[in-house]
Ligand binder design. Sequence first.
Ligand code: XIL
Length: 397
Amino acid sequence: MKLSRLAVIGTTVGTAAVLGISTAAMATSGAPAAPKHPAAASATTVAPDSLRALAAKIGLRIGTAAGPSRLTTPQLAAITAGQFSVLTPENEMKWQVVEPTQGQFDWTGADNLVKFAKANGQLVRGHTLMWHSQLPDWLTTGVANGTISDAQLKSLLHQHITTEVSRYKGKIWQWDVANEVFANSWDTAQPDGLNANDFWIQHLGSGILADAFRWAHAADPHALLCYNDFNIAGEDGTNAKYQNVHDFVAKLKAQGVPIDCVGEQGHLDTQYGFSGTRMQQDLQGYASLGLKVAITEADVRTFVNNATDQVPTSNPETLAQPYEFGQMLKACLAVKNCISFTIWGFDDAESWVPGVFAGEGYSDIYDVNLNKKDAYFELQQDLRLAAFGAPDRRRTF
Ligand code: XIL
């Protein structure tokens, strides 16, 4: 049965006291130096066998997506702070959330996450500035009824990126500047591989990508600026989407556009094909362009009995699930430029999967009762082995 976790504490940053943990171990155990945005000094100890402490030994940041409940519900906040060294706001920095009414901003959720991260010695992945989804109604309605012209849309996007990136200047390690603008096999692709029906591409054309990265860079020259998408490293049999993204970002780099990284979301489903070897090769392909890479939203879903208990309906899937998590982490570990591995949440009960993919779940590394699953132990073991065997992966970004 799903554990009831409705008690919410009143503060978002009393975590160190609540948890009795801290992050000093990060400072002394080879945590990656992040001189541009140093993690806050902190007073205590993260468990040495936690994912974050093990990852720190090899210069990798391990992350989770956190909505308000993962920052405020005590049992969840303990895991958010104790296991992870980088946080992504699951929804709290999306345009719909930060500017629900034109000109009226609500930064509460985003501010809380940034504060929580600082208090717990964590970095932040900003997510996401230009995406077709979770746009405010005033914007999409205005575009649809013609009261917002394409020229005005461009200037609104410029303003949005400038406002948000400036607000958190110096506090964001990586920004997902653009999200999901390339065509999948089921979309209509332009010759350059961008999705012809993407909201932004449709209205502003392919050139908007370069603009978005330049605007973000102008607002925070030290943040790492990423392109983020799914099916772009090992999931797609033809690898066509990978090739399109690769070639496009290569062009951006050649033109001097300030792009620093590619984020592969890593939303896997055990019913589809996936090759860890291919993922590694593709990550290396981006890295060879001089970019950093990151796994940004890893989860592995499968069919389950119901959304509450989330027991896989097929036994082999309980093996496939942790295996694919491990394959993704191994791919990242094998690529020197892979700087972070982020899981999209951590527990099945809070996952976005049951609400979006009918009949599916079991996608995270803790079960609905917050017990660690095999996927957790798989990642832990991979990190331990990497700490003992992998070449030195410490970097100086
Ligand atoms: C999802 C969140 O997890 C949900 O809570 C929300 O309702 C919809 O968005 N790709 C992305 C993420 O880049 O922002 C999405 O997050 C999941 C897919």
